[in-house]
Design a protein around this ligand. Structure first.
Ligand SMILES: Nc1ncnc2c1ncn2[C@@H]1O[C@H](COP(=O)(O)OP(=O)(O)OP(=O)(O)O)[C@@H](O)[C@H]1O
Length: 634
């Protein structure tokens, strides 16, 4: 029963956070009970105040002082409970957010994020069909909450905000409310029984009718509200998608169409809203009518009891107040149970986003621990590596073998979609090969002769050390919404300023950076929106250089560069040779291929040609000549 185990784990996760706040929560719970006790005491005292037998001055004064004392105690207890429970809630929420974010940052595989980016999660129907009915139900419950098809990075941020809020509220305030409502019900019933058991029997006869009507109307309301929530989510996803791609919308002249589409979504939302309002109104109206009639009935019967001297006026007042409290308590208990279920669903949803629901290869393995001195590394190689994403059936890399030696420049080319960028990411250790392995060879000095050791890059080496060995400059380098200097330092936070300046210079960034307002302190905007594509690419290059890794992979480094920027690539190639770094350049440009010692040609995930450019261009039937016919005769 994997599903229920996952459920259990999510709850255990939440409860472990609760246990971290047990002292604060216990004080809050005690204060909650004290305030509830004070609440329960008031109606009796009020009843006594009303009755003629308390009409002597001395008794009235003592009653007043008792009520005052109870009021003060209740006030103090309410204050303590509010402070304690709310602070515990804040601590629990902060911890849940921290843990979820850490888990996303460290454990979730890149595949999952890629699916998020493209809003293209898969529901894995075959797996679902193999599950037991119970598992299916559990899974569907979660799927309905975490519809990965709709899940986007912004959606994850919303989970972090809203679900954490609900889950932490549940295990603090809701649980305390449950406690208070239960005590209201128990004490209320006890007091009512001691005042007039016959009246209680009458109330008990009415209660199931009121309760069932309330329950059914709430259930219907919940169903309508959940459709309303789904509609609201789709509307939010629509807005996010269109606003993120506003440029494309305008280029295609589809603004008016999108406004109309959004209007239709809103019309649907209004329909759901009206349905929900009607259901809510019906439920509230019915509850009001029923509870008022029930109260009137009890008061009528109570009036008769007063007439026949079986009860005093004060007793009737106390009884009515307790019955009111009992009604409030039962409604509060029902609400708290609903909130508790919702809170647990949020915890499970959060857990399923942070941690995979099924314990398989979706989790990043953290058992790797080898650290390697980058200075000793001699080469990195792929040995019969095959790879594909979890969502793919077709292999994107097939039996790829290649070596990147230090001081060597290898160029890789191939038609669009042949797998070059994927290969770069696999080589950098961001995606794990399905088959084959990536091997790092180090040569350690020794008294006799140097010792060569081979490490499995993916399974033996820690992620932080992988990054210190291989740096990749992606086709479209990502820039964070911060200064240039912070962006460049991102790959090596401890890099001193002079090293950053050197990297900026080596990547030919110095001229454009000096012209920006604030120079290297210039804030590049979201996704580097305040810079041109070429400037972003050059900063990406500078960032990779700062890390001082022995191997560098440049994915289409010159695609957005002007001639001056392209010179930067020549300079980087030269610098890599001088600094004895291994360089893999992915490119469609002949000029770039000419800089390399060796050229690799990839086709449909396989290496179909490799060797020196001078040899490859003589293979007239080869893939390279087919790709770049202008090579012949150069
Ligand atoms: N995150 C991803 N999820 C699923 N499939 C992907 C993902 N990234 C790439 N692919 C698929 O992998 C294949 C290889 O893509 P890749 O980006 O490596 O091609 P490329 O050779 O670098 O192409 P180009 O020359 O256009 O940059 C493509 O068919 C693409 O659809």
């Amino acid at each position: 029963m994997k599903g229920s185990n996952d459920y259990k784990k999510a709850e255990e996760w939440l409860w472990s956070e609760v246990m971290g706040q047990k002292l604060t929560l216990s004080v809050g719970a005690i204060a909650m009970m004290a305030s509830s006790y004070a609440n329960q005491a008031v109606p009796r005292l009020m009843g006594r105040l009303v009755d003629p037998k308390t009409d002597t001055k001395h008794q009235s004064n003592s009653l007043f002082s008792n009520i005052l004392a109870v009021g003060l105690l209740g006030g103090l207890a309410s204050f303590t409970r509010t402070v304690m429970l709310n602070s515990a809630k804040e601590f629990i929420a902060a911890n849940l957010r921290r843990e979820t974010f850490a888990s996303l940052m460290i454990h979730r595989k890149l595949d999952w994020f890629q699916a998020l980016q493209s809003c293209n999660g898969n529901s894995d129907e075959t797996t679902t069909s193999e599950k037991s009915n119970e598992d299916k139900e559990l899974q569907q419950n979660i799927d309905s909450m975490v519809n990965e098809k709709e899940l986007t990075p912004a959606g994850v941020a919303v989970f972090l905000r809203d679900d954490v809020e609900t889950a932490s509220h549940t295990v603090t305030i809701t649980l305390a409310n449950m406690l208070r409502s239960t005590s209201s019900c128990v004490f209320g019933t006890y007091h009512m029984l001691s005042l007039n058991p016959e009246l209680v029997c009458l109330a008990i006869l009415v209660a199931p009718v009121v309760g069932s009507i309330g329950f059914l109307s709430r259930k219907y309301l919940k169903r309508v509200q959940s459709s309303q929530q789904e509609a609201a989510l789709s509307a939010a996803a629509f807005v996010e998608d269109k606003l993120n791609h506003i440029m494309m919308v305008r280029l295609s002249n589809r603004e008016q169409d999108e406004v109309v589409n959004y209007g239709q979504i809103q019309d649907e939302n209004v329909q759901f809203g009206i349905k929900s309002a009607l259901a809510d109104g019906l439920s509230m109206g019915a509850m009001f009518c029923l509870s008022t009639s029930a109260l009137c009935g009890v008061l009528f019967a109570g009036g008769k009891a007063v007439e026949t001297k079986r009860m005093t006026h004060g007793d009737l007042l106390s009884f009515s107040t307790y019955s009111f409290m009992l009604a409030l308590g039962s409604a509060g208990l029902a609400r708290a149970v609903g909130e508790y279920m919702r809170g647990m669903r949020c915890a499970r949803r959060l857990y399923s986003v942070a941690y995979p629901l099924v314990e398989n290869e979706e989790v990043e393995m953290t058992a790797r621990c080898q650290s390697i001195d980058p200075q000793l590394v001699k080469s990195i190689s792929m040995e019969e590596v095959s790879f594909t994403f979890q969502s793919h059936d077709r292999l994107l890399l097939q039996d790829v073998s290649m070596v990147l030696q230090r001081g060597m420049v290898v160029a890789m080319t191939g038609q669009n979609g042949s797998g070059k960028s994927v290969l770069a990411m696999v080589l950098a250790g961001l995606y794990s090969p399905r088959n084959g392995r990536i091997v790092v060879e180090i040569v350690s000095p020794s008294e006799d002769e140097p010792v060569t050791t081979r490490y499995d890059f993916v399974n033996d080496i820690d992620r932080s050390h992988q990054a210190s060995l291989v740096q990749v400059v992606p086709q479209q380098p990502v820039l964070f919404n911060t200064s240039i200097i912070e962006n460049v330092r991102y790959s090596c936070p401890d890099a001193p300023s002079n090293k950053v300046s050197e990297a900026l210079k080596a990547a030919n960034c110095d001229t454009f950076v000096s012209m920006l307002d604030g120079g290297a302190e210039f804030n590049v905007g979201r996704n580097g929106s305040k810079l041109s594509g070429g400037q972003r690419q050059r900063l990406g290059l500078a960032r990779a250089l700062v890390a001082d890794a022995p191997f560098l992979v440049l994915d289409e480094p010159a695609s957005a560069l002007d001639s001056e920027g392209a010179t930067a690539v020549n300079d980087v190639v030269k610098a890599c040779r001088e600094q004895n770094r291994g360089l893999l350049i992915i490119s469609h440009r002949i000029n770039t291929l000419e800089l390399a010692d060796k050229v690799i040609v990839l086709k449909e995930g396989r290496i179909v040609q490799h060797g020196m450019l001078s040899d490859l261009k003589n293979e007239k039937e080869g893939e390279l000549v087919a790709l770049m016919p202008e090579l012949v005769g150069r």
